[in-house]
Design a protein around this ligand. Structure first.
Ligand code: IMP
Length: 202
C-alpha cells in the first residue's frame, strides 16, 4: 500500500518503520523490566492486540500477558472518562511490574482511567507504552513511559486500529485524509486494500 489516488487515505507508518521502532522499544522495555517478579503486560482489547503480539516477541525476557476489555464512554458522558470494565484481568498483579500496552492515546481518558484503576491494586510498578501518541488531542494529562510514534491530529487505521470494526488487519498505519467520505461509505477502502480477495459485503 502506498498512496491512494483519490486522497482518501495515505501511508503514515510503513511495516518496516513499525518493525524497527518496536524492536527498539523492546530493547528499552526489556532493560527496565528486569525485576525478580514475573512482569505482566496488559493489552486493552481490541486495538492493541497486534502491537502486543509484536512487542512481546521483541522482549527477550520472561513475562506474562493479560487482557482487559472496557466499554467506550457511555453516551452523554464523553469527556468524563467514565468507562466500564467488560472483561477484567485474570492474573494477580500484586507486587508485580505491570506494563499497560496501548495502541493509541488520543484524549488520554482511557489510559488515565486504566492507570487509576490499576494503581489501586497494589502493583509493584505501573508503566504504560503506546504505539501511537496523538499528543495534541490530549484532554487529560497522562503519564506515558514509552511512545512508539507521535502522530498529528489525523484519524488512523491499520495495525490493529479500526474504523467501525474494519481495517484492523492492514499491516501498516494509514492516515485517513477524508474522514467524511469514509464515514459515508465505511467499506470504501476494502477493494483497494484487499483487492478481489477482500471480503464481499454481506
Ligand atoms: P482516548 O481518547 O485516549 O481515550 O482513546 C480512546 C480510543 O479511541 C483508543 O483506544 C482508540 O481505540 C480510539 N481511537 C482514538 N484515535 C483513533 C484513531 O485515529 N483511529 C482509530 N481509533 C482511534
Amino acid at each position: 500500500v502506498t498512496v491512494f489516488e483519490d486522497g482518501t487515505v495515505e501511508l503514515l507508518i510503513s511495516k518496516r518503520d513499525l518493525e524497527q521502532r518496536i524492536a527498539e522499544l523492546g530493547r528499552e522495555i526489556a532493560r527496565d523490566l528486569s525485576g525478580d517478579q514475573l512482569p505482566v503486560l496488559i493489552s486493552v482489547l481490541k486495538g492493541s492486540a497486534l502491537f502486543l503480539a509484536d512487542l512481546v516477541r521483541a522482549l527477550r525476557i520472561e513475562l506474562e500477558v493479560d487482557f482487559m476489555s472496557i466499554s467506550s464512554y457511555a453516551a452523554g458522558t464523553a469527556g468524563s472518562g467514565v468507562v466500564r470494565i467488560l472483561k477484567d484481568l485474570e492474573s494477580d498483579v500484586t507486587s508485580r511490574d505491570v506494563l499497560i500496552v496501548e495502541d493509541i492515546v488520543d484524549t488520554g481518558l482511557t489510559l488515565n482511567y486504566l492507570r487509576r484503576n490499576l494503581s489501586h491494586r497494589e502493583v509493584g510498578s505501573l508503566k504504560a507504552v503506546t504505539l501511537l501518541d496523538k499528543a495534541v488531542r490530549r484532554i487529560v494529562p497522562v503519564e506515558l513511559e514509552y511512545i512508539g510514534f507521535e502522530i498529528p491530529d489525523v484519524f488512523v487505521v491499520g495495525y490493529g486500529l479500526d474504523f467501525q470494526g474494519i481495517y484492523r488487519n492492514v499491516p501498516e498505519i494509514l492516515a485517513v485524509r477524508d474522514i467524511a467520505r469514509l464515514a459515508n461509505d465505511p467499506n470504501i477502502l476494502v477493494e483497494a486494500l484487499f483487492g478481489s480477495d477482500g471480503v464481499t459485503p454481506h
